[in-house]
Design a protein around this ligand. Structure first.
Ligand SMILES: Cc1ncc(C[n+]2csc(CCOP(=O)(O)OP(=O)(O)O)c2C)c(N)n1
Length: 264
């Protein structure tokens, strides 16, 4: 089967059609490996729409650590750098400092950013590096088989909390965005989702803002958390996983801006 699965599909009335969907130039025309319904694919697309709209494809560098997004460089047609688990913001710091003319972002899961990389995350934000951090919080270690993450909700069963997360043993869900917003080096901190068209639009707006702030050199980290799903790891259908987000997760991880830039 061809990689370009849309190949050969034509619209005989093309001249009369309004184009309602098109692939961003910066998103490679290839199949994504993500499970059906997974939010990673949506965020990949939004990211590349933003890169195209800002005209920064030739000077954007993304850092993908490990986790389900490990293959992001197979889809994002920009310069990409791999980082060891948890170390993306340290690598991004180095790249941005050596090449301040580049637009630098990290793309990290919750196991990566809020567990093994907590130290790097806090210190990068505290230093106020002029980068964008994109945090995909799906409440689980997706790639490695669904172990508990720091963001797993109490009572939720995972492969390492088979009776459900017990806060007396495993601690409380870590609201790292709220923690980071307290640091002076955090310029913009927001939390969004991609469960519906409306939420997708809001996430795109947030990403646009974050990249613009970096381009304007305002100083400080722009942090966009996307509360996402993991239908395979959660053992739910994509539809049920989105319902679960609405009925359970958003109460614990409320959507909206957490820190807005101070007007100058
Ligand atoms: C130093 C190190 N420790 C552990 C691993 C194994 N590992 C790979 S991905 C991963 C979890 C990723 O989870 P998350 O960051 O939440 O991303 P997701 O897959 O859910 O998108 C782990 C523990 C590793 N590759 N390197």
């Amino acid at each position: 089967m061809s990689d370009t699965f849309n190949e050969g599909i034509t619209c005989e009335f093309l001249d009369d059609c309004d184009i309602v969907w098109d692939r961003p130039d910066s998103l490679l025309d290839t199949r994504l490996h993500y499970c059906p319904g997974c939010g990673h694919s949506v965020v990949h697309r939004l990211l590349m729409e933003v890169v195209d709209e800002l005209g920064i494809r030739d000077r954007t560098i993304g850092i993908a650590p490990v986790g389900c997004s490990v293959f992001a460089y197979n889809y994002l047609n920009i310069d990409m750098q791999q980082a060891a688990h948890g170390r993306a913001t340290a690598v991004a710091t180095g790249i941005k400092r050596v090449r301040p003319d580049r637009i630098v972002f990290t793309y990290q899961g919750d196991g990566d950013l809020a567990a093994i990389g907590t130290g790097e995350t806090i210190h990068t934000v505290n230093r106020g590096e002029n980068i964008v951090i994109i945090f995909i919080n799906n409440g689980i270690y997706g790639m490695t088989g669904g172990q508990m993450a720091p963001t797993t909700l109490p009572g939720v069963k995972t492969s390492t909390t088979t009776s459900g997360r017990d806060v007396s043993i495993h601690g409380h869900p870590l609201k790292i965005a709220e923690m980071l917003a307290l640091l002076p080096g955090a310029y913009y901190v927001t939390r969004t989702s991609v469960i519906s068209a409306n939420h997708v639009r809001k996430t795109k707006k947030a990403l646009l803002k974050a990249f613009k702030y970096q381009m304007e050199g305002k100083g400080g980290v722009s942090f966009v958390e996307v509360v996402s799903n993991c239908p395979a790891g959660w053992k739910m259908t994509p539809v049920d996983s989105n319902k679960w987000l609405e009925t359970n997760v958003f109460d614990n991880f409320p959507l909206g801006d957490i820190k807005l830039p101070v007007k100058d």
